[in-house]
Design a protein around this ligand. Sequence first.
Ligand SMILES: NC(=O)c1ccc[n+]([C@@H]2O[C@H](COP(=O)([O-])OP(=O)(O)OC[C@H]3O[C@@H](n4cnc5c(N)ncnc54)[C@H](OP(=O)(O)O)[C@@H]3O)[C@@H](O)[C@H]2O)c1
Length: 249
Amino acid sequence: MAHSEPVALITGAAKRVGAACAQHLHGLGWSVIIHYSHSQADAEALVAQLNGQRSNSAIAIAANLSALSEVMSLAQQASTCFGRVDTLINNASSFYPTPIGQTTEADWQDLFASNAQAPFFLAQALTPMLRQSPQASVVNLIDIHARFPLANHTVYCMAKAALEAMTRSLAKELAPEVRVNGVAPGVIAWPEGAGSMSAEQQADILASVPLGREGGVDAIAETVAFLVQGSRYVSGQIIAVDGGRSVWG
Ligand SMILES: NC(=O)c1ccc[n+]([C@@H]2O[C@H](COP(=O)([O-])OP(=O)(O)OC[C@H]3O[C@@H](n4cnc5c(N)ncnc54)[C@H](OP(=O)(O)O)[C@@H]3O)[C@@H](O)[C@H]2O)c1
């Protein structure tokens, strides 16, 4: 018998924005497939928490999205674990500077793999299953910097611009069965690791945010949930969730 709840596959969902999307959709009655790469402990803790709330409503699947074979394996496992996938949320992303003169082919391939290649091949592989759902959608986590460049991050901005183009193009190609939309976050949660910023850099950025503060991960989760289940006639759109930053210029 088919799984009774609609199912969302969310990439990079062990922590931060992806985890908030998973928790929010789960609270709305969705089952969730939590994809992760390095954050196994966080992914397993989230799955345990969600299954504690409703049994058989969450599962974790590991994949390095830089390897196309693992992307295809993720799509295959996601298709079979609950027997349905109703929405794909392309959230996983690598992010770090690539200054001119210091950028390698490996940087290019890594940034394009997680931000553009994997979202495309996941969408392609899952399209036959998505088309069977009466509420099918794809939501891509883009970035306001796909349109307004971030200094020293040219390759990341290019990869997100490709994801934005994919959003519009697949909205046309997958219609009428599958709606495809994007969310373009501004300052939501400060980057960690290789992409982290100094307090001075953070203050400079916040000075250009009309609302004057970070958005927080729930601001994205609410918008993703709207695109997944509250917007039945919206497709091909990209909603900036940026505290007004993109109108500042
Ligand atoms: N945070 C913001 O303020 C902000 C601003 C603009 C845009 N965005 C966009 O919103 C989305 C979520 O943001 P976030 O800050 O929550 O993201 P994040 O923490 O930087 O990354 C999310 C997850 O992506 C996964 N990931 C990265 N490279 C991967 C790869 N090659 N293979 C598999 N998984 C990979 C990582 O999973 P593991 O930890 O399991 O390895 C990571 O936890 C991203 O698409 C981001 O570009 C965020």
